[in-house]
Design a protein around this ligand. Structure first.
Ligand SMILES: C[S@@+](CC[C@H](N)C(=O)[O-])C[C@H]1O[C@@H](n2cnc3c(N)ncnc32)[C@H](O)[C@@H]1O
Length: 268
């Protein structure tokens, strides 16, 4: 089956249990996404990689009782988390692989995604599939990360990539899946190959106020691939960088650099 790795990763029990503590960190990206999508009452919407349904629920408020929103996720555990939360009747959550499976509830006026487009094994096939479920005048909007190097919130990944990592063959490697859509030219190539127009891109540097432990810990550094033998040095370097954006009350004004793509099917 396609995307088995992601299915397994996002069904991991511990990851899903921890997910509600991660959502407050990334929810700042929902407004720029929904602004770009310009949702109107009565629209049909599909939220790809809906996770716990944060963007799905905000979309539902905008389309109202005459509209509908389908949240699609490859992870059964994420769909269960979303469905366990209060949601209006116009919202439906479906377990499906957006790359390969038919999407119920279309054709959609808008397909949206909050950090859910970057994980496809075959992005062109995925966009072809999404295009099949888009209304002729509909549009696709997704928020994705800008490169890891500009994203202070991914401190552990940045330091690992900078050379603190000691990745052994067959050992831990730096997780880069989240940044697979950082290169806008590459994404535009996927879109055009799948029958979409090149995207319009809106870049945002968002700020999330956090405690330092929410941004980086020795544990997250090790998880990102940094050898335990050098983790103290890496942690010290991380704190030094974060000091520049930490206020007198110890709150880190942590930048989250994201980009929102907007596109539609190319006219033949
Ligand atoms: C980084 S999470 C984002 C979740 C949520 N939108 C949020 O921002 O909180 C990515 C989500 O995409 C889902 N996903 C990954 N590959 C997918 C696929 N092929 N089809 C549908 N969902 C997928 C994952 O299960 C996961 O819930």
């Amino acid at each position: 089956m396609a995307n088995d790795g992601q299915r397994e990763y996002f069904n991991d029990e511990k990851r899903v249990q921890r997910w509600p503590t991660r959502e407050p960190f990334t929810k700042v990206a929902i407004s720029p996404l929904l602004d770009a999508a310009s949702l109107q009452p009565g629209m049909t919407v599909c939220d790809i990689g809906c996770g716990g349904g944060m963007a799905t629920l905000q979309a539902a408020e905008l389309v109202g009782q005459t509209g509908s929103v389908v949240g699609v996720d490859i992870s059964r555990a994420m769909v269960a988390l979303a469905a366990s939360r209060p949601h209006p009747d116009i919202v439906q959550y479906v377990e499906a692989d957006a790359q390969t499976d038919p999407l119920v509830g279309g054709p959609f006026d808008r397909i949206i995604s909050q950090f859910g487009l970057m994980f496809f094994e075959d992005p062109v096939a995925a966009f072809v599939n999404l295009g099949k479920h888009l209304a002729p005048e509909g549009s696709l909007h997704g928020v994705v990360w800008q490169p890891m190097e500009t994203n202070l919130s991914f401190m552990a990944h940045r330091l690992a990539a900078r050379g603190f990592a000691r990745v052994t063959p067959g050992g831990r490697t730096v997780e880069v899946g989240a940044f697979a859509f950082a290169n806008r030219d590459v994404v535009d190539e996927y879109l055009v190959a799948a029958g979409f127009e090149r995207a319009t891109w809106n870049l945002h540097s968002l700020i999330r106020l956090s405690h330092v432990d929410e941004v980086v810990t020795r544990e997250t550094l090790v998880l990102a691939g940094i050898d335990e033998a050098v983790v103290d040095d890496a942690y010290a370097e991380a704190l030094l960088e974060l000091a520049a954006v930490t206020d007198a009350n110890g709150r880190v004004h942590c930048p989250l650099d994201v980009q929102v793509l907007s596109t539609r099917l190319a006219k033949l």
